[in-house]
Design a binder for this molecule. Structure first.
Ligand SMILES: [Zn+2]
Length: 447
């Protein structure tokens, strides 16, 4: 009984929950003794490509239950859905490089599809830091841009690296959450969870909510009687052909297929949590779930991403589970006075809570101003209309967005209009507060 009271007091849990957990721990300690928390917890990082925050039930009611497992997760002790994470950019490479280095795009310079600015410049990445601290590191990558053969360096530091899901002949259609989860969890189970074993850092990258949007057979969010051009499996190019004339019905159909893909990832999240619990690892595991950027589904006559820095693309989820034993080390500083978080802070926060030293470029400190930027240059010159150069700053509950190519600026009030659908007028007092901030923040300059 002493073990029960120690363990339940330590975890701050109710008695039945503590008993369940203790029974789980008996399987892996082998001796039945309550154990002190690990010095270095396990870390599981799930990054979902193209996942906007507002379709997830813990954030906003999308009118149906799209993410039952996420909803269940945030009701558990030590888990929370944090609002206000601003993506560093509106496409994969710059944002993933920020998560991997703790740097802004101006600092890491990973802004292009190919060439020197398509590769990580620093060796001091998140997985390298965990590996250097003695972690066993495993990663499964489903985005073709981040596979080893693309030479960007995202695989550095991983002892186990599986990017087969990102190497399907048609990368926009072949990848499934099931494939990613199965690969990652098999590796995880091989590691064992005994206290004497080194801790684990596992990263799983999911691609499902990225177009094409596939029909999931186990769930149905389709619009009854809809017979328009929105069909499951339609390519991004095809969807973009119609983006200027999206009707409310088309948008409902798009959201239906998009939500089905989110639902598939949510099921995978449930499997990850279940496995961590079955392995007796849950109370020693920092779990972080986030996204690189969101997706536009017709809100501004756009479908896809890279095209703006509006809410659909830059407001991304951040769900964390921090077990009680590690909560005193958990610190994710809010941007000053704004209630928002910068993507640059994810790496230092993960390293700090894990007791792992930070490389010199990483700093755990609240940014004064939140920033996002996109400088997307298409590889094929005929796609010149997809060349986008925009910058955004967030402060005082406002976002100022600057389109450098279109020579336009918009100001939005995030407190009154979080979806950023109504730009503020030219005489709004917020302009004089926000315009100087564009000069205070360093943005990437195209060479
Ligand atoms: Zn992406």
């Amino acid at each position: 009984m002493m073990n029960y009271s120690l363990r339940s007091g330590f975890l701050g849990m109710t008695f039945p929950a503590a008993v369940t957990l203790l029974c789980g721990s008996l399987l892996w300690t082998g001796c039945g003794q309550a154990e002190a928390p690990r010095q270095h917890p396990h870390v599981v990082l799930l990054v979902v490509d193209t996942l906007r925050q507002d379709r997830l039930n813990p954030y906003r009611d999308p009118g149906r239950m799209v993410t039952p497992n996420l909803q269940d997760l945030v009701s558990q002790e030590g888990a929370v859905a944090l609002p206000g994470l601003l993506a560093a950019s509106s496409w994969t490479k710059p944002s993933m490089a920020t998560i991997w280095t703790g740097q802004t795009p101006a600092q890491h310079g990973v802004m292009r599809l190919q060439g020197a600015h398509a590769r990580l410049q620093t060796e001091q990445t998140l997985p390298v830091s965990f590996a250097a601290a003695g972690y066993r590191t495993g990663g499964v990558m489903s985005n073709f841009l981040l596979t080893r053969r693309m030479g960007a360096g995202f695989e550095r530091g991983f002892q186990f690296w599986d990017d087969a899901p990102g190497r399907h002949p048609n990368p926009h259609r072949g990848t499934t959450a099931q494939e990613v989860t199965s690969s990652g969890l098999s590796w995880l189970k091989q590691q064992g969870a005994h206290q004497d074993m080194p801790p684990v850092f596992l990263m799983l990258h999911y691609f499902d909510p990225h177009a094409s949007f596939e029909d999931q057979v186990d769930v149905d969010f389709s619009v009854p009687d809809y017979d328009g051009w929105v069909t499951p499996g339609a390519s991004t190019d095809l969807l973009r052909e119609y983006q200027a004339k999206v009707t409310a019905e088309d948008q409902a159909a798009l959201l239906g297929w998009y939500d089905e893909e989110i639902w598939a990832v949510d099921r995978a999240i449930g499997q990850v949590v279940e496995t961590l619990k079955a392995q007796g690892m849950w109370e020693d595991t920092i779990l972080m779930i986030t996204a690189d950027h969101g997706e536009e589904l017709g809100e501004r006559q756009h479908i896809g991403h890279t095209q703006t820095l509006m809410s659909e693309l830059v407001d991304v989820p951040l769900v964390v589970h921090i077990p009680e034993a590690y909560q005193s080390r958990w610190n994710l500083p809010e941007a000053n006075g704004q209630g928002g978080y910068a993507m640059t802070q994810l790496m230092p926060a993960l390293l700090a809570v894990s007791g792992v030293p930070m490389p010199p470029q990483c700093r755990l400190e609240a940014p004064e101003i939140l920033q996002a930027e996109v400088d997307f240059e298409p590889v094929r010159k005929e796609h010149v209309e997809k060349f986008v150069r925009q910058r955004a700053v967030r402060a005082h509950g406002l976002q100022l967005t600057w389109d450098l190519r279109g020579e336009q600026m918009w100001l939005h009030d995030l407190t009154q209009d979080p979806q950023m659908m109504q730009a503020l007028p030219a005489d709004h007092p917020g302009w004089s507060k926000m315009r100087p901030l564009l000069d205070q923040v360093q943005f990437w300059e195209a060479p």
